[in-house]
Design a protein around this ligand. Structure first.
Ligand code: UDP
Length: 240
């Protein structure tokens, strides 16, 4: 494969997206920049881009092997990956196993309460509106996704949760919650897109419940870089 970057299409909070010499592919480049609270808090986490690139690609490849279609094509370098070009479905899909973050705040369920069963939430991807939570009726009424797409997304999200929960538990990590994004291929299939990393998942040490994710940055808990490194180390061991 000889995919080369052409022009930059988009710069997000944590990644840049480039067009390439092949119209079927994009290249994403992971940054060390971090934001939280709707962009109000800004900073950098040294080495985060490289870690998120590696963690995401490993998870995507693993999910592919287990039958989940993803946008992952090929890791190009420490920070850059070739992905399939998709049209992003404008929803953030959040799966939760343990109460934390906005769930705890909204519903008064203390952080750390293990949920009787996993939950799913949809938020509209719209920074100006602060990504409001929406339900299935809103999604269908406003045509953010079709009924068939919504069913596929929901089924895939819970399957991904089961696979990831098992994977991380073997590393002594509890998968508290995470956010997924999906995209449509030119032939109309829905596939997993975006990233799976300590930026988009809550990871807690299974024994100590120590936070090993972006909450260390959001809540000024210190040892932010070390938490990202710890995830890498548990996943890749000495090769990390
Ligand atoms: N999340 C994310 N991007 C967002 C919002 C949430 O990746 O824009 C992830 C977040 O890291 C956590 C999960 O989704 O793993 C649930 O986040 P929550 O709704 O609790 O929001 P937060 O507390 O992060 O504001």
């Amino acid at each position: 494969m000889n995919i080369q970057k052409t022009e930059q299409l988009y710069e997000g909070k944590a990644k840049k997206v480039f067009a390439t010499n092949d119209p079927a592919y994009y290249i994403v480049s992971y940054k060390d920049d971090a934001t939280a609270f709707d962009g109000l808090k800004k900073g950098t986490i040294a080495g985060k881009g490289a870690i998120n690139n590696r963690v995401t690609n490993y998870m995507m490849a693993m999910l592919e092997k287990k039958g989940i279609p993803t946008h992952f094509v090929e890791e190009l370098s420490e920070r850059e990956t070739v992905v399939r070009k998709v049209q992003i479905v404008p929803l953030e899909v959040i799966i939760r196993n343990i109460a934390a973050g906005s769930f705890s705040k909204r519903f008064g369920v203390p952080e750390g309460v293990v949920l009787k069963r996993p939950t799913i939430e949809f938020c509209l991807k719209d920074d100006d509106l602060h990504d409001p939570m929406v339900n299935e009726y809103h999604i269908l009424a406003c045509e953010w996704a079709t009924e068939e797409e919504l069913k596929t997304i929901t089924d895939m999200a819970f399957r991904i949760n089961a696979i990831m929960k098992e994977f991380f538990l073997k590393l002594n990590i509890e998968l508290v919650d995470f956010k997924l994004e999906f995209g449509r291929t030119p032939d109309g299939k829905v596939i997993l897109a975006d990233e799976i990393s300590p930026d988009t998942c809550r990871f807690w040490d299974a024994k100590t419940h120590e936070k090993l994710d972006k909450d260390r940055f959001r809540r000024d808990l210190g040892h932010v870089e070390e938490a990202y490194q710890e995830i890498l180390h548990r996943m890749f061991g000495e090769k990390a």
